[in-house]
Write a protein that binds this ligand. Structure first.
Ligand code: BGC
Length: 731
């Protein structure tokens, strides 16, 4: 059988007919490889190679994930193909989140490029590296909308906005999967975590979610839909419950929506142990019931817990799970394996070590890193810096060394070591000796004498570069923070260094929006550098010294104060709205005492080395016919000294509707290069479909009426024009 399968395209019906209940349950059971990087997940069973191989030979395993050794994968595949009764190949999966050997910026950083095409290219490169090592399935992209910066996993997604996140979701799926899933370098994508994981109460990872169906449909589902429309054929359930039902057993979303409304043909996989966790949720009485509830709700594959292998055969035998349901799920898994050519070429990528990654991946990593950087502030044109003639003091816990450059979810050791800030800056300077490097403090603790040394270094320099922020361990899974501030030891360092009076450029490293305070907030220049991956130092040097201009825009709002979270621009108005910019604050309106009700740096904000002014928004006659289109234009003038890559953003507000609408919603954006002194027109088009929303009956709807519209450099800037969507009768 094994050789037949290897030789010919598989006959899934015949295969299914020949399978025992145990083998079927095995095709629905995925496990961490025994050589998986232990930092990825909580450990459950002591790794036991021979037991895993026995399980594979017995047909109890559909695939393995996060394995780090090619030889181990090869051995496992040989056991599956040559030593199991049916010879069904294993599918190797991995959390390839932002690169494999070449590490690209974390997904949140890439979202700051506002260039989905860039994320498509990095996902493609990651897929090429993964497939070369036999990995044909990634647990990415993470498409959760993240509006509470305390939540550690915001770093894995594309930020707070539905449209931006949807475009990145689709781009990443296209990148991972390529144009042909059967191609040797195609990797199956898995949008995750379905659904509303980012809405965890208090921004606390794994916590309860209680959002309305309307919010799920309007805010949390669209990026998944975009990913499926782009061809994703797998989806991972979320750890959280929504209003009393854990997502891994949520039939209404998994069955009625995914299979019913959306006709999703792919596989639904649990998160790591999330089926077994139904017991801890207090939703299932024991693991057998957990397996039954998860499976019947629509979760096809059980990740790591082994519950399906253990209980599905007896659940079918007892009649609690209909055999047809089991067959449906197994058929989906086998079809997926067939689709990627696994039956024809099970050893593809496993034969021999692939050698170093293609050289162009490093250039792409540098380009992506550069374009992910966001310049928040640049007083008196402090940046770019000259490459010579100035003494620079690079100070802070992230100044040197290879740590904290990659960011979370880089599980596969052995790539090229990342370029530190120090190495990148020295490499770019004409006289590298003009750079001194002083740690000053650890990420979360003072070091004896650290501040004194940093102050001495600052005094001897012309410009201070302060590399501060969050360590890698401060964002990612299970890394929620109660307060999104700079750790006190680093704040103290910043205050002391700033007190020297030297011009200071803050190079912020971060996996989330932070509430910047004191000397950091007041620094004359501020760059958000996230976790930029393999080429960090070079990319930061490119931007600091002006070989490249910064062109990123924030995909998340930076608050004035940590207590403002969740803070996101597309919030609803209230009956007593916050005062607008320039308006005198009343007392009885929506604001916190002592804090301006706005972002410190809003969604969409980012500067370049030019200076762009936006002209008024031209909507022509301001009438959008029901079946027509409306052109919306503004003139953008760069009156700065250098060219600028501007990201013109189109926002809309529906002034009144049967369901209240956000104060602004991003509808489109365009990157426009504007030469120094030039004026360029930014033009967009709107049609009725762009103005829809989810009605109170949970159906998509569009209502005629008046809309405000902005073409603006961020979600809190620009002045609005307005137009009318005419009702169908007036066509
Ligand atoms: C995470 C998933 C990940 C899985 C496997 C879980 O803890 O929530 O995003 O894909 O582990 O590593």
């Amino acid at each position: 059988m094994a050789s037949q399968l290897a030789a010919a395209a598989v006959d899934i019906d015949a295969l299914l007919a020949s399978m025992t209940l145990e083998e079927k349950a095995g095709q629905l059971s995925l496990y961490a490889s025994v050589d998986a990087n232990p930092s990825a997940n909580p450990a459950h069973l002591p790794p036991d190679v021979s037991r895993q191989l026995d399980d594979i030979r017995a047909g109890r395993v559909t695939g393995l994930f996060n394995g780090t050794s090619l030889a181990a994968k090869r051995r496992a595949q040989e056991a599956a193909v040559n030593e199991s009764r049916l010879g069904i190949p294993l599918l190797f999966a991995a959390d390839v989140i932002h690169g494999l050997r070449t590490v690209f910026p974390v997904p949140l950083a890439e979202a700051a490029s506002w260039e989905p095409a860039l994320a498509e290219r990095t996902a493609r490169a990651a897929a090429v590296e993964a497939a070369r090592e036999g990995v044909r399935w990634t647990f990415a992209p993470m498409v959760d909308i993240a509006r509470d910066a305390r939540w550690g996993r915001g770093v894995e997604g594309a930020g707070e906005d539905v449209l931006l996140a949807s475009r990145f979701a689709a781009a990443r799926v296209r990148g991972f999967q390529g144009s042909d899933l059967a191609a040797a370098d195609a990797v199956l994508a898995t949008p995750k975590h379905f659904v509303a994981y980012g809405a965890a109460e208090g921004g606390l990872d794994y916590n309860t979610v209680d959002v309305s169906d309307l919010t799920v449909r309007e805010t949390y589902l669209p990026p998944f839909k975009a990913a499926f429309d782009a061809g994703a054929l797998a989806v991972m359930t979320a750890f959280n419950e929504i209003a009393g039902t854990p997502m891994t057993a949520h039939a209404r979303w998994l069955q009625d929506l995914l299979r019913g409304e959306w006709r999703f043909p792919g596989v639904v996989i649990s998160d790591y142990h999330s089926d077994a966790e139904l017991v801890a949720h207090g939703f299932a009485v024991d693991e057998r019931q957990a397996a039954k509830l998860a499976f019947l709700a629509g979760t096809d594959i059980s990740m790591e817990s082994g519950l399906y292998a253990r209980y599905l055969p007896s659940l079918v035998a007892s009649g609690e799970v209909p055999p047809a349901r089991l067959d449906e799920a197994v058929r989906r898994v086998l079809a997926l394996k067939a689709k990627i050519g696994l039956f024809e070429a099970p050893m593809r990528g496993l034969e021999s070590p692939p050698g170093p990654p293609p050289v162009e991946h490093m250039a792409l990593a540098r380009e992506a890193a550069r374009r992910s950087i966001v310049l928040l502030k640049n007083e008196r044109g402090l940046l770019p810096l000259p490459k010579s003639g100035r003494r620079l003091a690079l100070i802070g816990p992230f100044a040197g060394g290879p740590a904290d450059l990659h960011g979370p979810w880089t599980l596969f050791p052995g790539g090229t070591p990342p370029v530190s800030l120090e190495a990148g800056l020295r490499g770019a300077l004409i006289d590298p000796d003009l750079l001194t490097v002083t740690r000053g403090a650890d990420a979360e603790a003072a070091i004896p004498g650290g501040i004194d040394a940093a102050v001495r270094a600052a005094r001897e320099a012309d410009v201070v570069l302060l590399a501060i922020g969050e360590s890698e361990a401060m964002s990612g899974e299970a890394r929620s923070r109660a307060e999104i501030i700079l750790p006190p030891a680093q704040q103290a360092l910043a205050e002391a260094v700033a007190a020297t009076g030297k011009p200071m450029v803050v190079l912020l490293r971060n996996g989330r929006a932070l509430a910047l305070a004191g000397a950091v907030q007041d620094a004359p220049a501020l760059l958000v550098t996230w976790f930029l991956g393999s080429q960090t130092g070079h990319a930061v040097a490119d931007v600091l010294f002006g070989d490249a201009a910064p062109s990123g825009r924030l995909p998340v709002s930076f608050p004035q104060s940590p207590g403002q979270v969740p803070l996101y621009y597309a919030h609803k108005p209230t009956g007593r709205p916050a005062p607008r910019e320039g308006e005198a604050p009343g007392f009885y309106n929506t604001r916190y005492l002592g804090t301006r009700h706005a972002a410190l740096y809003p969604f969409g904000h980012g500067l370049g080395y030019g200076h762009v002014r936006y002209g008024p928004v031209d909507v022509g006659e301001g009438r959008l016919p029901w079946n027509g289109k409306l052109r919306i234009r503004a003139l953008l003038t760069n009156d700065g000294p250098r060219e600028q890559d501007e990201v013109a953003q189109l926002y809309v507000r529906d002034r009144s509707a049967s369901v209240t609408r956000p104060v602004r919603e991003l509808k489109d954006f365009r990157r426009i290069r504007i030469a120094a002194g030039a004026t360029v027109e930014a033009e967009f088009e709107l049609s009725r479909g762009d103005l829809g929303f989810i009605g109170s009956d949970l159906q998509p709807t569009v209502e005629p009426g008046r809309f405000d519209v902005w073409i603006a450099p961020s979600a809190e800037r620009g002045s609005a024009s307005s137009f009318e969507l005419l009702p169908p009768a007036q066509r």
